[in-house]
Design a protein around this ligand. Sequence first.
Ligand code: FAD
Length: 423
Amino acid sequence: VTTTVSGVLAANWAGNVVYGASAVHSPSSLDELCALVAGSPRIRAAGTGHSFSRVADTDGALVRLDSLPAEVTVEPGSSTAVVGAGMRYAAVNAALHAAGWALANLASLPHISVAGCCATGTHGSGDGRRCLAAAVTGLERVGPDGTVSWISRGEAGFDGSVVALGALGVVTRLRLEIEPAFEARQLVRLDVPLDEVAESFDEVFGAAYSVSVFTDWRSATTSVWLKQRVDRPAGAWRGGRAAVEQMHPVPGTPAGFSTLQLGVPGPWHERLPHFRPEFVPGAGEELQSEYYLPRAAAPAAIAAIRELGESVASVSHISEIRTVRGDELWLSPAYRRDCVTLHFTWIHDEAAVRPVIEAVERRLRPLGARPHWGKLTALSPAELAGCHERIGDFARLVAERDPEGKFGNAFLDAMLAGPRLRR
Ligand SMILES: Cc1cc2nc3c(=O)[nH]c(=O)nc-3n(C[C@H](O)[C@H](O)[C@H](O)COP(=O)(O)OP(=O)(O)OC[C@H]3O[C@@H](n4cnc5c(N)ncnc54)[C@H](O)[C@@H]3O)c2cc1C
């Protein structure tokens, strides 16, 4: 049964974007979805609404996939699994683990949809860890005429079709690389000077399989979260002092929602994210921005934000520094470069935060920053397009696949207008 809610104002998780959708649909079969797409003049897939930017907004219909059958089919011969696009990572992870398999990398929160994460270049951390979309070897999508097709790695246009911002159709299933399940342990180092992180960047981020550094930019100190696979050697770096109790990334916040730390080994999906799958956060009291910079710019980027110190600290809860390995996906912010990422969890006050975002971007843009597609930026659509060297190829792909702009929205249309004109 298709649930169609007309005239309902749906909003994103943070509540800072009220979608302009005329209707929200939840088809319960692929056939229904295809008929819906074919019959809609303008339609856009929604994930779990965790983006802070207007990337998921639409002036047409929104379609949610959470009523489609959930699917996790392991294909052991090829170390891949086919998963339902609208599923949350928490559900996919649990099914894979139960079958003895794992994903190499996860974001901080497991409650976000697979398709939504892959569409925006969402990432976790680790010198060898690519963004989550880089694990996609194929995807099934419904095109503007309602037909279903697969596109796989190696085929023309695939590298533009994964981090695709919803512009190329409604993705219904994804084929993901998997590997045998593994265990990891999590250790937190406290009172690590920010100077040490900047000066010994390779040692700090080489200390574990996945490393996250949290700071407020005011205290000049950090806490460093080390997520170490038990089956791989750890790096030598151990600065600061060991935490002797469970921590939350935001100091002073109860740590019960954090995944288990203190060096206790556990399954990959209960250590790689910062937050437990059984804790489902309600509407967020925060906004976020994040920038991917060339890894070599890490010391300069840290110095630049440190200069802003108090003005950033006064409107933010916490900041996180991570690393991401480069990939080949055209719109990935880590396209063809290993990155350091600087993330800001802001207070929920866009007017107060906006001038600080502008100040952050004035400092980070000359260093080669590319904003996260799903988070807040003060860049104009043309400036945003200018951050991505393959934006022209992407505009061409969109024009071929969706000539009428059925899957477009104001965010995309504005950003692709320049590259389209230059085609
Ligand atoms: C608390 C919190 C923690 C976060 N942690 C991280 C983190 O650790 N790392 C990180 O990089 N980001 C992080 N993010 C950002 C988040 O991962 C991205 O915004 C992501 O896109 C959200 O996925 P979603 O399913 O909510 O997508 P939505 O916001 O619903 O949609 C995002 C885009 O995906 C498209 N889309 C969704 N489903 C489909 C589909 N089936 N077919 C085609 N297109 C589709 C939409 O059209 C839209 O363009 C976090 C956000 C929050 C709120």
